[in-house]
Write a protein that binds this ligand. Structure first.
Ligand SMILES: Nc1ncnc2c1ncn2[C@@H]1O[C@H](COP(=O)(O)OP(=O)(O)OP(=O)(O)O)[C@@H](O)[C@H]1O
Ligand SMILES: [Mg+2]
Length: 150
């Protein structure tokens, strides 16, 4: 799927559509590990905004903020029919490489099938991304336009 978003709201709507797709996928095939989503794209291309849309779709109560400085943030997913119970939002922008993922207990995170893990700057730690990672690409077109592809 490749499309353009003209504003924040459209990006949130696209994220909802994405959530709908992955939830359907989970219903067809039971996951044995976490669902991992890698977000790729430049600064300001809309990655965090997309994660906010994912949070909205899954009825996360807290405001989702950029985890650039805290690396990782975990949110409860209260939606009773959701296959995921936790949204784990990670931003590796400040990490130096794969070895630092041990500090955030990456192996534990990816082995829990109730985790939906969304990772900004996945390209920084490509070596630890599971084979089944889904990738979403963000491109800054102009002030309000973003291309989003998955
Ligand atoms: N169509 C759009 N979709 C998403 N964000 C948009 C759009 N148009 C304008 N924006 C603005 O662009 C910015 C996107 O910032 P966001 O934090 O989501 O980017 P990011 O890819 O997470 O950046 P970083 O790499 O720094 O974490 C926000 O300020 C948002 O309001
Ligand atoms: Mg961000």
């Amino acid at each position: 799927m490749k499309t353009t978003s003209q504003n924040l709201e459209e990006t949130h709507d696209l994220a909802e559509r994405f959530v709908h797709e992955i939830v359907l996928e989970c219903a067809e095939e039971k996951q044995k590990e976490a669902m991992v989503i890698g977000l790729y794209g430049d600064l300001g291309s809309g990655k965090t905004s997309f994660v906010q849309g994912i949070g909205n779709a899954l009825k996360v109560k807290e405001n989702i903020i950029s985890p650039t400085f805290i690396i990782q943030k975990r949110y409860n997913i209260p939606k009773p029919d959701s296959p995921f119970k936790h949204l784990i939002h990670i931003d590796t922008y400040r990490l130096e490489g794969d070895h630092e993922m041990k500090d955030i207990k990456w192996d534990e995170l990816i082995s829990d099938p109730t985790n939906l893990i969304v990772m900004e700057w996945a390209s920084k730690v490509e070596g630890v991304m599971p084979k089944h990672t889904k990738k979403i690409f963000f491109t800054f077109i102009d002030e309000n336009t973003r291309e989003i592809e998955w």
